[in-house]
Design a protein around this ligand. Structure first.
Ligand SMILES: [Zn+2]
Length: 248
């Protein structure tokens, strides 16, 4: 059967001497694996379609297992994301999360739009760290772990200071905090932003400025949630961590 899909390359690997296998996150069919024959040859028509982050239209045949590309058109090559080190690090992390965490059949199109908006925002030079945190929240939600930042997950109180508990899947108020001694006490700015981020669609992300101190805590909060609920080791995240270490 022949398919025509719009998608973004989230993984690309060599296959045999001349071929590549790409994983495409599509708007309509979730994740799809496609063999691109001859992609590694210098004169290949489709070589550029196999580059990471390429956004394009892919036409392929598939009966069972992997598909085979018959034709492709690039919509956006996103080459900047491959050339600039910091952008490459953030984009790789977003692509790897999509590849490893999301289900094959996630065909709602919503996460596709979020990934697309995430890569576009990184390419536009918006704050990569913040964009990635927004994307992590979308991933948590898609995986069934959308955290509750609005009111205490134990007693529903929405007043006063809150601490983030990964185990409770959200915040705990001052009265209930004792239930999780490892909960992270959030400062006001962090709590406000987490509430805002949780509701925000990445497509509507405007200019955003966050104080360094708040940024640091946002990072701690997301790390806590991701480690508890997603808990997989990603090559691309170790790279971001290394990068952070050297930029201090
Ligand atoms: Zn409470």
């Amino acid at each position: 059967m022949q398919y025509r899909v719009e998608g973004i390359v989230i993984r690309s690997m060599d296959y045999g001497e001349n071929n590549k296998i790409v994983t495409i996150y599509t708007k309509t069919h979730g994740k799809v694996g496609i063999v691109v024959r001859g992609a590694k040859k210098a004169k290949s028509r489709h070589g550029s379609m196999t580059q990471l982050f390429t956004h394009g239209e892919f036409i392929y045949f598939r009966n069972s297992g992997l598909g085979t590309l018959t034709h492709g058109e690039i919509i956006q090559s996103h080459h900047v994301l491959r050339e600039q080190l910091e952008m490459a690090a953030y984009s790789s992390y977003a692509a790897e999360l999509t590849d490893r965490v999301l289900q094959e059949e996630d065909a709602s199109g919503y996460m596709y739009e979020q990934l697309h908006a995430c890569l576009t925002a990184i390419e536009e030079g918006k704050d990569g760290e913040i964009i990635i945190q927004l994307f992590e929240l979308k991933i948590l939600e898609a995986a069934g772990y959308g955290p509750n930042f609005e009111s205490c997950t134990s007693c529903d109180n929405d007043q006063g200071s809150m601490a983030l508990s990964a185990r409770f899947g959200g915040v705990l108020c001052e009265r209930c905090r004792y239930k999780d001694t490892s909960a992270l006490v959030l400062n006001e700015g962090t709590l406000k932003l987490l509430r805002l981020f949780r509701r925000m669609d990445l497509r509507r992300l405007g200019a955003i400025q966050v104080k360094d101190e708040t940024k640091k805590q946002l990072k701690q909060a997301l790390r806590l949630l991701m480690d508890t609920h997603i808990g997989i080791t990603l090559k691309s995240r170790s790279f971001i961590d290394q990068m952070d270490k050297f930029s201090i």
